[in-house]
Design a protein around this ligand. Sequence first.
Ligand code: ZN
Length: 311
Amino acid sequence: MKKILGVDIGGTDIKLGIVSAEGEIVESGKIPTLAGEGPQHAAGRIAAWLEERDAGHQETVAAGIDCAGLIDGSKGYLYYSPNLPGWVDLDLFGLFSGALGMPVTVDNDVNCAAWGEYVLGAGRGTRHFVCMTLGTGIGGGVVADGRLYRGWQGLAGEIGHQVIDRSGPRCMCGTAGCLEAMANASSIVSRARSAIAAGAESVLEDSESLTSKDVAGAAADGDDVAIETLAAAGRALGTGLANIVHLFNPEVIAVGGGVAGAGDLILEPARESMRGQLMADIFASVKVVPAELGNMASLVGASMMALGKSD
Ligand SMILES: [Zn+2]
């Protein structure tokens, strides 16, 4: 039975999985990233991890690698990754195919998550699909007519950096009012804090440790400040989604990531906001649903991408 090695390189850990052709993770593990030791060092340790489990690659026929950052997936070229200091302008494709001795694919984590959801999760059965991850950052991957849409340098799908409100809060990218700055986890915390500081009554306390998950929990328990905080993020998200629909006409948009854990508390205001910004027939043509594969979506998606290259 042919299998694929899936590798998800994060800032702290590298998640590893041996994945079946059907997308089932047969064996999984984790090693430290040690980004400071450089990519060659990481590739060597990944190869050793695989060698211990499948000596001589009897079953593993290809590897799919993903990490956060600006990556041209058509060439496996990493421009820059915010999580991997010093990993700049690298031919990851050459490096990993050399270290592992098998065909590899390299793409950014959100494109891989989108591909995983398209093949095995919320986008199954469609040909036009968008997947958005909503967490510390906001990213997206676009599948157009059954193919991942990368753009000419692999930088398409940066849907978190579409501007929603030019007078909105600063974004880490340098612009103001990006979707990411208006609906990511830290924007939810700041909005809740501002409401509490302005005297609104809430079960939430303005503490250092306040998280977007706390806000979601309080909203689920009926706290008005928390509900309105998520609704405001949801309305910004709805504008972002309406723009995506105008551009790509997807059948399904899946929303994953930690913030999406709030479910309809954020998605329902987003759908309402979309309804106000789209023509009725267009609004009716698209479903906005939770993503299905959870935090293994990137690893599984990277494996499925590599599977396509393994024959
Ligand atoms: Zn931005």
